[in-house]
Design a protein around this ligand. Structure first.
Ligand code: 0O2
Length: 266
């Protein structure tokens, strides 16, 4: 097949990946903006390279003309989560969406692969609008924790280095690493609530600080310089102290001061 032909075939896959990256990133943003914790930590996506498509088609005995109907991971999205439980939250989120249809699911977390690979795979059918009309594209969504992702990336590189024949002693160490990561994921899940509290604390503080800085910036336009400098110094002191309730109280006072200036102006 000519390069131009490949490019045309892969175009809607590229569109599907780009659109889904935006959509999943937006889910993260929505959770974080409402001051909450996002079950998705990171979103990545890719269209399989032409050489990987040819390799995989050959390995699976798929005719090149049939790759579009028989290869389901040409378009791939990877969603990275902090905790194993988050993976199932994300799976439910995907199942409930109206813009993609779940075709199949594989739970390699409950049923780990013999290699030690763990991840949750969902094939969804996703519609894109191209200049040649609507196309329904299969997209493989891999959902894993940071630990599972770390292991898969390392193992993938070793597969590549040893051309699929990883020596037994390396394989044994990979299995040990996979077991260690299972323990790590379980350990992290057991302090799940504490970690989320810490992250929420950080987010709340960041939101208050951003509000305070906005208020100070607005006061610059209306208040006198000496008052602003006093407010700023007070803010730096409170920031160093790091007490959220004091910062909240300070922000409320700034709101009242700003309100007073607005009232004066009208
Ligand atoms: P790439 O380069 O990541 O795209 P098969 O591929 O024949 O095993 P199937 O049904 O096509 O079977 O897919 P499967 O096994 O559900 O998942 C395919 C993808 O999952 C792989 O794509 C990898 O990304 C990942 N994967 C599956 N098993 C392993 C594993 O043991 N180690 C690692 N590191 N990744 C795995 P590709 O096309 O193989 O590779």
């Amino acid at each position: 097949m000519e390069l131009q032909m490949w490019k045309e075939i892969l175009m809607p896959y590229d569109l599907a990946v780009e659109e889904l990256k935006v959509k999943f990133s937006h889910i993260m943003k929505e959770y974080k903006q409402s001051g909450g914790y996002s079950p998705i930590e990171q979103v990545v996506g890719r269209v399989k390279s032409i050489s990987s498509i040819i390799d995989k088609a050959q390995k699976k005995g798929i005719d090149i003309d049939k790759i579009q109907s028989q290869l389901e991971d040409i378009a791939g999205i990877r969603l990275i989560c902090q905790f194993t439980d988050d993976i199932y939250t994300v799976v439910n989120l995907i199942r409930g969406r109206s813009d993609m249809r779940v075709k199949s699911e594989k739970d390699y977390i409950t049923n780990m692969k013999p290699s030690g690979y763990r991840s949750y795979h969902i094939i969804v059918l996703y519609k894109v609008e191209t200049v040649n009309g609507t196309k329904e594209i299969p997209v493989e969504i891999q959902i894993r924790t940071l630990g599972m992702n770390f292991w898969a990336i390392i193992e993938h590189s070793l597969q590549y280095k040893y051309q699929g024949n990883i020596p037994e002693h390396v394989r044994a160490r990979l299995t040990a690493a996979s077991n260690a990561l299972i323990t790590l994921d379980e350990e992290m899940s057991s302090i799940h609530d504490e970690i989320i509290d810490a992250q929420n604390f950080y987010l709340i503080k960041a939101n208050i600080v951003s509000d305070i800085l906005g208020n100070i910036q607005n006061l610059y336009k209306v208040a006198n310089k000496r008052e602003i400098i006093k407010i700023q110094d007070e803010f730096y002191e409170l920031y160093e102290e790091g007490d959220i309730s004091k910062l909240e109280r300070f922000n409320r006072q700034l709101d009242i001061i700003a309100e007073g200036y607005r009232a004066q102006a009208t």
